[in-house]
Design a protein around this ligand. Structure first.
Ligand SMILES: Nc1ncnc2c1ncn2[C@@H]1O[C@H](COP(=O)(O)OP(=O)(O)OP(=O)(O)O)[C@@H](O)[C@H]1O
Ligand SMILES: [Mg+2]
Length: 254
């Protein structure tokens, strides 16, 4: 379970197609005194084959950005294109279908279904994509083994620790082999070795053809896996680090 950070100088990022394209996106929550402008005109891009980290202080808009890209949250203005599909003007049902097929989402709060076992939770995206229950559960069991939970398949999420629940959520996000995997703090509840093991799994998923992984993180252990890092602050995107600037950032935090 050793870390295998990428060699940044070997990334040929310019050749890759965009996987996510966000331009001038704004999002405001609430009205009057409780009004919060969470996104203040965000531009953000990832490319196919890329593991892209988004970092920034608490409350700067990271989860909000992931949610609009995943189509789980409406936004106020701006353009969003995901895997070549424009989300602007798409009907809700079409966005839900698109997400179910192409996007795996690891939520900050895991969002596991408490009444289902771990195997059933991981099977859900496969069943929604028309896979038979028997095949879905076999795939789910195999994925649970890959995240180190081979013996927990029949347990319910409430019977697991926070770190174990997080790994079930990761297995669920990978189960239908989505082209875009979006993760909100996927290593926050994990110990060192397990965190590196999960980052290895996500790195492999990111580098399969036509795939991409976006990770919001506060965890410096993840920085060495990034092809690019986008810094956010107060509802805006700041620097986008790659090449030697990225290497410098990784060195500073290791
Ligand atoms: N549903 C909501 N209703 C009202 N305000 C919200 C809602 N969701 C987020 N906000 C506000 O929008 C801002 C951005 O929140 P967001 O959750 O995107 O931050 P974050 O960068 O993910 O923070 P953290 O690192 O703590 O998870 C915050 O000021 C937050 O209070
Ligand atoms: Mg958040």
């Amino acid at each position: 379970m050793n870390a295998s950070p990428v060699q940044h100088q070997q990334v040929e990022s310019n050749a890759a197609k965009p996987a996510v394209f966000v331009r001038g996106v704004t999002k405001t929550f609430g009205v009057g005194d409780s009004r919060t402008v969470a996104l203040k005109g965000v531009d953000f891009e990832t490319r196919e084959g890329e593991l892209h980290l988004v970092v920034g202080p608490s409350g700067c808009g990271k989860t909000t950005l992931l949610s609009v890209v995943a189509g789980t949250l409406d936004w106020d203005a701006g353009e969003i294109e995901v895997l070549g599909t424009r989300l602007n003007g798409m009907r809700k049902g079409a966005v839900t279908a698109f997400r179910g097929k192409h996007i795996g989402f690891i939520f900050q709060q895991f969002n596991l279904i408490p009444t289902l076992t771990c195997i059933e939770n991981v099977s859900v995206p496969l069943l929604l994509n028309g896979v038979s229950r028997q095949k879905a559960e076999a795939t789910a069991a195999e994925l649970l083994s890959r995240v180190g939970l081979g013996d927990k398949g029949k347990k319910r999420p409430t019977e697991l620790s926070g770190g174990q629940q997080q790994r079930v959520a990761i297995a669920r996000a990978l189960s239908h082999e989505p082209r875009l995997i979006i993760c909100d703090e996927p290593t926050s509840a994990l110990d060192r070795d397990t965190g590196h093991h999960i980052m290895d799994l996500l790195s492999t998923a990111a580098r399969a053809p036509g795939r991409c992984v976006i990770i919001v993180t506060h965890d410096p252990r993840t920085y060495g896996y990034a092809d690019r890092i986008t810094e956010m602050e107060d509802g805006r995107v700041g620097q986008v680090l790659e090449g030697t600037a990225l290497q410098h950032f990784v060195d500073q935090h290791s």
